[in-house]
Design a protein around this ligand. Structure first.
Ligand code: PMV
Length: 319
């Protein structure tokens, strides 16, 4: 018997970085771009194959998982949760998500793997428990994660996220036409987060003001999403990008893609995620979608994806 599990990528619409300091942020699942885990039973050891992540096969014997390895930790914590004394089986990870580019690859791989490990033992993990474990693994990837990535990826719903607060799912009034454009520059979120922390120590008042301004943008953006005010939402996203520039987490490549999207008629554009590299996200009206896409490719984007957030469906564990 084979088991199949998956989890989506994600994009942050607004609020990244400030969210680490307790301000709100909004993220949406990218249901069309997923990490998948396919498992089957086998004796003695659990072997995880993850070529898409550039990793050699990983073997876990008994309950001896490696807390410093994200795949091993995820499998180990899941086995513990479902009461499996020792691990066995074969799991193959496949991921359509680029690594280190702000699309939630780490959280999606963890969530898909956790679901597959649980299924191998005939169990189903409630999202609440899965979210808690994926968050533990996120600490290996990001150092001090806010928890937004695991939350949006596990629940696969648009979220208004605040650290240590109850989950708030938001309703997208009119579908959001989102274009994601990859700079092709891989960057580690943990480095960008550490640099923002250093900035907050060096210039606490100024940085605190930027965080507060981002918080105000996020609150209004939520209102716009729920009321369908897309022009205003776009303007807020672009203003958020400027504040992220002030936090030093943009880059020439990100700025040039944001400019290209705006010149081609996007309603708004900003970097999405940790920054320094990775993706920008542009909000578009239907009639500018093609122009924005072309302009981003002409400006050097390595990959352009179009996502209809709010119209996506959950591609679930039965595939
Ligand atoms: O995983 P990324 O690169 O999308 O970044 C997550 C957003 C940050 O706010 C930069 C970090 C965090 O933990 O919230």
């Amino acid at each position: 018997m084979e088991v199949h599990a998956s989890a989506p990528g994600k994009a942050i619409l607004c609020g990244e970085h400030a969210v680490v300091y307790g301000l709100p942020a909004i993220a949406i699942p990218l249901s069309g771009i997923r990490a998948r885990a396919i498992g089957k039973a086998s004796a003695d050891t659990l072997t995880i194959f993850a070529e898409d992540l550039g990793q050699a096969p990983l073997r876990i014997v008994g309950d001896e998982y490696d807390r410093a390895n994200p795949l091993s930790l995820m499998a180990g914590l899941t086995a513990k949760l479902v009461g499996a004394a020792s691990m066995s089986g074969e799991i193959r990870i496949r991921s359509e998500l680029p690594i280190a580019s702000g699309l939630g690859s780490g959280a999606a791989v963890s969530a898909a793997l956790g679901r597959a490990v649980a299924q191998l033992y005939g169990a189903e993990i409630p999202d609440e428990d899965l979210n808690r474990i994926v968050f533990e693994v996120e600490k290996l990837h990001h150092g001090t994660p806010s928890g937004i990535d695991n939350t949006v990826v596990v629940y696969e719903k648009p979220v208004y996220f605040r650290r240590d607060a109850a989950l708030e799912v938001i309703t997208i009034r009119s579908g959001l036409r989102i274009v994601l454009a990859d700079t092709g520059v891989a960057s580690l979120t943990r480095d960008a987060v550490a640099d923002v922390r250093a900035l907050a120590r060096k210039a606490p008042k100024r940085t605190g003001r930027i965080f507060d301004e981002i918080g105000t943008i996020v609150a209004e953006a939520r209102d716009c999403i729920e009321r369908g005010s897309l022009d205003r939402l776009g303007a807020l996203m672009t203003a958020n990008h400027e504040l992220l520039q002030a936090l030093t987490v943009s880059s020439p490549e990100l700025d040039s893609l944001v400019d290209a999207a705006m010149k081609a008629g996007a309603l708004g554009a900003k970097l999405s995620g940790g920054g320094r590299g990775g993706n920008i996200i542009a909000l578009c009206a239907e009639d500018s979608l093609c122009d924005v896409k072309d302009s981003l490719l002409a400006a050097g984007s390595k990959q352009v994806l179009v996502n209809g957030a709010g119209h996506g469906s959950r591609d679930d564990d039965s595939d």
